[in-house]
Structure formats: structure tokens, C-alpha cells
Design a protein around this ligand. Sequence first.
Ligand code: CP3
Length: 352
Amino acid sequence: MSNNLKNSRFLKALRREATDATPVWFMRQAGRYMPEYRELRAKTTMLGAIQDPDIATEITLQPINAFNLDAAILFNDILPPLIGMGLSLDFQGGVGPVIHNPITSVKDVDRLATPPTRETLGYTFKAIEQISAELTPRGIPLIGFVGSPFTLASYAIEGGGSKNYERTKGLMYSEPAAWKRLMTKFEVILSDYLQEQAKAGASALQIFDSWAGALSPSDYLRFVYPYTKNVIQNAKKSGVPVIYFATGTSTMLTQIASMGSDVVGVDWRISLGDAWAQLQPDQAIQGNLDPLLLKAPWRELSFQAERVLQEAAGRPGHVFNLGHGILPGTPVDNVARLADFVHEKTQTGALV
Ligand code: CP3
């Protein structure tokens, strides 16, 4: 890895080294709240944009060129790996992702394929190569990512988004052996996908476990933890730092920390200080402003951003982010102003 990348604020903070200011990026920083995103997306479908490396490159760079951000995240989604496994994925406007042939039986679990991701997700690696060629001279790291085994299983089984995860938990509780085979398939695909993303040029890897908070701590430990931990450990073998992010999981942070990611991302349901106390001494933290604050008046947004920074003050290893993705309808000016505010407030000595 080049020195200017290695010494970037973002990668330094992930290693818990002191930085000249707190690094900042936002989950879903490329998205519908940006007019230039909407313009490009209008010309194609969501999958069409993901599968075209030139479009994915352009969308990834839009927020980097518009705001003072310390990392880029690949424009893609967590669901495309399902296609290579034999599931039919579609993004429907106003509905979200839909799987036309969801897993409904043990037989369906055993029918799922696990081809090498080089054969099925080449467009992702091509996009990463292009983006990192553009960003490396600028000293800006690129984050690659996957969804977690549980979050992907919930889409594959429910056929889309879900409120209660009734079918997912149904399979988990009633067919434990098939559940184990399913989780193992995801573990294999996701470990391979992350390692290939690192090889293609990603400087950090994030695992999104958006729906893990639907599980009790003991179910998380029995049904999800072993596979997620293996994905984290396999990804770390690539030599790039791994961020694990989940929502609604503040009651299981100690367990989550013990999976050994380099960084733990947390949502706004816990204070950063309380969260950090549950991590391991060598782990960095990422988060955790409520994304709805980006729609609030500046006085409230800045007050709460400063509160988050105060909670993190005094120890290295904080990456400022939201507790979940930026929402459509977020004012672009607030995003620009918040990124600058984080830098200004944390310039060495500025925060008291
Ligand atoms: O953070 C980023 O900017 C990187 C790109 C990214 C997207 N989705 C782009 C996207 C990432 C990392 C994701 C992850 C993702 N996708 C998650 C985990 C994180 C989270 O938000 O919880 C999940 C659960 C999904 C599944 C998904 N994709 C849903 C539920 C939806 C529909 C809801 C919505 O916001 O539209 C998507 C579509 C999607 N993924 C869009 C974008 C920019 C919107 C597509 C559009 O242009 O219409």
C-alpha cells in the first residue's frame, strides 16, 4: 500500500494512531439525497449501475468530489452476491430489494451455489481497481464491503425487507442443521468476496450486519456469531482493517467485540463512551450520530455532533460516522457542513 494511503487520517484512526483531526465518512454517502446521483441513476436501473464499473466509479466519486470526506465507499449493495448463488434479485423503485425465488425449504438451502466470486462479481473488482487508481494519488482510502451472513440470509429467506423476520427465525429454530449449512455457504462466499475486494485495491473492509439487532443475545451467539466471526477472521487475513457494523446491538457489544474486528461501528442507541468501554483495548470505534439529525436545524445538528466528539475525546481511534445510512431527502448543505465541522472541532487542540 502506498505511503500516502497508509498515513491517511482514516487508516491511522483505524490503527488507533493519533491523527491531525478526526476522520469522517458517512454510510450511504452516495445516494438519492445528491442531485448528481439522481441524474445518473435516472439513466439506468440500480443493478445496471452496480454492474457497470464506469457508472459505479462515477457514483462512488460523487460525494468525494462534493465534500471533505476522509474515505470513499464503493457504490454497490450488499445483495448482488445472492445472484451468483442462484437467487433472482431485483431492486424495485419505492419497494426496495426483491428476491423472486426466496429460500422456502431445506431443499432450497442445499440448491444454493457457492461459486468463486471472481466468476460472478467481476464488475465489483473492476470498479474497485478503477476507483483506487483514481483515489490513491489523492490519498483517499476506498472501503469495500459485504452484508453479514445473517443479514443476507434474512433477505434470501424473506424475499425482501422484513419487520419480524418470521420466516428467517422459523428456519433457524426448526431446521438447525440446514441453518448451519446456509450460514456456512454465506461464510464461504463472503470471505472470498472480501479477500478479492482487498486484492483489487480496497483499503478497508466493512461488514454490514444491519438486522442483527432482531436477535436475542443468546440466539446471536448460537446462530450467527461463529460464521460472522469466521468471515471477520478470514477477511483480516487479507491484511486490510475490518470494520464490523450492526444496528440495535448495544446489548451485545462485548460479544461483538470478541469476534476480533479492528473496528466496531455502533448506532446512536448507545453513547460512544459506553460503547467504547465494552470494546477490546486495541479496537477502534466508528459512529454514531442519528442520521435524522442531518435533517434537523444546524444548531441541533452541530450541538449533537459536538456531543459525539466530546464522548470520543481523549483517546485515538474514533472515525466519525452516522449510526446508519444517510436518508433520502437529507439537505446536501448539512452533509458538507458536518464533515467540515468534525475536522474543525478536532484539529489538534481545538476540542476542550
Ligand atoms: O454506503 C454506501 O453508500 C455504499 C453503498 C451501499 C448501498 N447499500 C447503496 C444503495 C451500501 C453499503 C448498501 C448496503 C445495504 N443495502 C444494506 C446494509 C446497510 C443498511 O443500510 O442497513 C442493506 C440492508 C441494503 C439493502 C437495500 N438496498 C435496501 C433495503 C434498499 C432499498 C432502500 C433504499 O434506501 O433505497 C437498497 C437500495 C440501495 N442501496 C440504494 C442505494 C444508494 C438506493 C437505490 C436507488 O437509487 O433507488
